[in-house]
Write a protein that binds this ligand. Structure first.
Ligand code: ZN
Ligand code: ZN
Length: 235
């Protein structure tokens, strides 16, 4: 089933009009004014499977790394590239509770999703990457769940917020090498219910992909055969 995503996303347009998430000036429905929008939009071509830059490879291609050893997920769709001013906004969102960024960046992600799912079916459910209960207590909210909540409303597909559980309290991953991240994340997740065949995993930022790889591994053991990753920013 192919949805008419364009009409779904824009049907609440008038009351959605807000100020720009980054500079505070006027914006359209998306939450960014035009100059800020061009500052955050991703330029260039990216691997359809892992989301890394393709450099000079042809459009629509999968990168060499994915050809050699594909990740457990089939596609990665990112709203933006994780660099200034996006990195700054995302840390404001997480550490200073600037939650207006969730709505504006999720709207950008929706635009990417509209393009991607034009001719292919949407996932049957959205699964946010969970925080460990200690981290959740410390922060007060799970940003991935808030992003997923925004998307579930706009796309009208269910969110399974309790399906995936973080059972290991991993240290902050910032600054760690890929191999250390992978080690930390081993058996970090547990799946609490059978999942539909096609799901979207939602995370705020994807860097090395260790978190979504480990979460995907668990989901694939519980009825899933296709995972798409949706994120606000990819490094
Ligand atoms: Zn602006
Ligand atoms: Zn790739």
């Amino acid at each position: 089933m192919v949805y008419n995503l364009f009409s779904i996303v824009r049907k609440n347009n008038p009351q959605d009009s807000v100020n720009c998430s980054l500079c505070g000036l006027g914006s359209d429905y998306s939450g960014f004014c035009d100059p800020c929008l061009s500052a955050v939009q991703r330029q260039g071509q990216y691997c359809q499977q892992c989301g890394n830059s393709l450099g000079k490879q042809p459009i629509g291609a999968v990168c060499g790394q994915c050809l050699k050893k594909p990740p457990r997920y089939q596609a990665l769709i990112a709203a933006t590239h994780y660099e200034f001013p996006v990195n700054h906004a995302i840390s404001e969102m997480k550490f200073e509770k600037q939650l207006h960024h969730i709505r504006s960046f999720s709207n950008l992600l929706l635009d990417e999703l509209i393009t991607y799912y034009q001719d292919i079916p949407l996932p049957q459910a959205i699964v946010p990457i969970p925080l460990h209960s200690n981290r959740l207590r410390e922060r007060g909210f799970n940003q991935s769940q808030l992003i997923a909540k925004h998307l579930t409303r706009k796309l009208e597909i269910p969110m399974l917020e309790d399906a995936l559980l973080r059972i290991k309290d991993t240290p902050h991953q910032i600054g760690l090498k890929a191999i250390e991240r992978r080690k930390n994340l081993k058996r970090a997740f547990s799946v609490k219910q059978e999942l539909p065949k096609h799901i979207a995993l939602v995370d705020d930022v994807v860097t090395t992909g260790s978190t979504i790889q480990e979460a995907s591994k668990q989901c694939l053991k519980h009825g899933v055969d296709r995972i798409d990753v949706w994120c606000l920013a990819k490094t």
